[in-house]
Design a protein. Structure first.
Length: 220
């Protein structure tokens, strides 16, 4: 399960020392990436130089309510500093308001920028705030945008990943779009359920506990 984990630390009071620990753990356990705030991308990139662990950061986080051009610029700056994966938050308000072309344009701006620089894009749709029909529409939009992943949650809203949502997304996205489940992944059993349902990445701050088969008290 190690390679499926994006080892995550996105708390606003995160320190440089904590990032050093995060990166050391990611190296030791061969995690897929570390997911850090944009301000820590450069540090993480230096600490992980020579490893197979990617540097991931978040864009338009956690609300997704800023302008697409701002998200695209934020993504570019993060990639220049060493990020090879960006997790952007979809404009949730636009989706709720039925402005589907605007949602697509918002995502496409980031995808175009990131892909031109060789980086992956994961689109966070915040499933806990959407109806099933809205999740399906978001899945269609993410597929059309040619983003690499659809991601369930920021971990900062009213709920996190569920097996039911992963199953729904798997049935709704294109065959080349992958799923990242995140938020509330605290036990090895739940992690495996999400993977079996179709997730190929897990975003969690409890990766070390999970690979050791220990349940965590809290998780991103």
């Amino acid at each position: 399960m190690n390679i499926t984990i994006d080892h995550t630390l996105l708390k606003p009071d995160t320190t440089a020392t904590q990032i050093s620990t995060l990166c050391a753990e990611a190296r030791e356990h061969a995690f897929a990436s570390v997911c850090v705030l944009p301000t820590y991308v450069h540090q993480a990139n230096e600490l992980l130089d020579g490893s197979n662990v990617a540097v991931c950061t978040v864009i338009g986080f956690p609300l997704g309510a800023t302008y697409g051009m701002v998200k695209a610029h934020e993504a570019k700056e993060a990639i220049v500093r060493g990020a090879t994966e960006v997790d952007m938050v979809m404009n949730i308000a636009d989706l709720k308001n039925g402005n589907f072309n605007d949602v697509l344009f918002d995502i496409e701006e980031v995808v175009e920028q990131a892909h031109s620089l060789g980086a992956l894009v994961k689109v966070i749709i915040e499933t806990c705030l959407l109806t099933d029909d809205e999740k399906k529409r978001a899945s269609e939009i993410v597929t059309t945008s040619q983003a690499d992943f659809i991601k369930t949650s920021t971990g900062f809203s009213t709920g996190g990943a569920t097996v039911e949502d992963v199953v729904l997304l798997r049935a709704s996205i294109g065959k080349y779009v992958r799923i990242k489940a995140s938020g509330g992944i605290r036990t090895p059993e739940f992690a495996m359920q999400l993977i079996e349902a179709g997730a190929s990445r897990l975003g969690t701050s409890s990766g070390v506990q999970l690979v050791h088969g220990v349940s965590a008290k809290s998780s991103y």
